[in-house]
Design a protein around this ligand. Structure first.
Ligand code: URA
Length: 257
């Protein structure tokens, strides 16, 4: 059994003091009945709680998949300019939610936000090498020799070499390519193409492990995932199978960008 105010504050953005006030105004219900006191004890497994008419979800963890648009930083700080948190509708936000991973300000695509620190830690652990797939629009035509260069490890600097990566031209455009990385160095995709004398004009992350950006999700839109969906992250799809299946869909999205 836990305190009602603790239960609500762990699952929403309401503070303990605002919950106290809402209870006083009979805006909080437990199993359909107005709550008597903020410190009343409830069973977190079975209680059905509402605040201002909206149901409070039973799980304290939330997982949001955002299709990040350009111009937003992957941060929770208001001091960094426009940040991705602004794109999450209030009803999907949770206290202590943060982006589990980063995309550059001008990058697009899949970004997971959660308040589940343990899961984020598993995702971000470098030793896990969770593959991430990006589609890029290049300044110059794709060269087939990139395939071996990426496979052998692109040298970014005198003492910075990338792990083997996969790259492939998208079928319907010679300036579009898919890249799969299993690490996350600073501006890595952009720097890898620079190292082979090309440059990235647009970059969109289309998959994160086995989590694939739904093609119906517009830029700036997000969707809530269940914990079991998020576990797909750890079951990635083969790169070539992914490209065969999704090349046309994602190429069309990036070409028109
Ligand atoms: N690589 C980049 O260069 N930028 C990103 O946002 C992600 C990967």
């Amino acid at each position: 059994m836990i305190r009602l105010d603790k239960y609500i504050s762990e699952r929403t953005e309401y503070t303990r003091s605002s919950i106290r006030e809402l209870v006083r105004r009979k805006q909080v219900t437990v199993d359909g009945v107005p709550a008597k006191a903020p410190d009343m004890k409830i069973d977190p497994e079975t209680a059905s709680v509402t605040v201002c008419g909206a149901a409070v979800r039973a799980s304290e963890y939330r997982y949001i998949l955002l299709n990040k648009p350009e111009g937003y930083v992957s941060s929770t700080s208001e001091h960094d300019g426009k940040n991705v948190m602004e794109l999450i509708p209030p009803e999907l936000r949770a206290k202590d939610m943060f982006p589990a991973g980063r995309l550059d300000k001008d990058s697009l695509g899949a970004l997971l936000l959660t308040n589940d620190g343990a899961l984020a830690h598993r995702i971000l652990a470098p030793s896990r090498h969770i593959p991430k797939i990006y589609i890029v629009k290049l300044d110059r035509v794709f060269q087939n020799n990139y395939i071996d260069q990426f496979k052998n490890g692109i040298k970014l600097d005198v003492n910075e070499t990338c792990l083997p990566a996969k790259v492939r031209q998208a079928e319907n455009c010679d300036k579009l390519a898919f890249v799969e990385l299993t690490e996350g160095k600073f501006h890595q995709v952009r720097r890898m193409f620079k190292a082979v004398d090309n440059s990235v004009e647009k970059l969109m992350r289309v998959s994160y492990g086995g989590l694939i950006l739904p093609e119906t999700l517009g830029f700036g839109e997000c969707v809530e995932l269940l914990h079991k969906d998020v576990e797909n992250l750890f079951r990635p799809m083969d790169f070539d199978a992914f490209c065969d299946k999704f090349s046309v869909v994602f190429s069309a999205i990036l070409i028109n960008r």
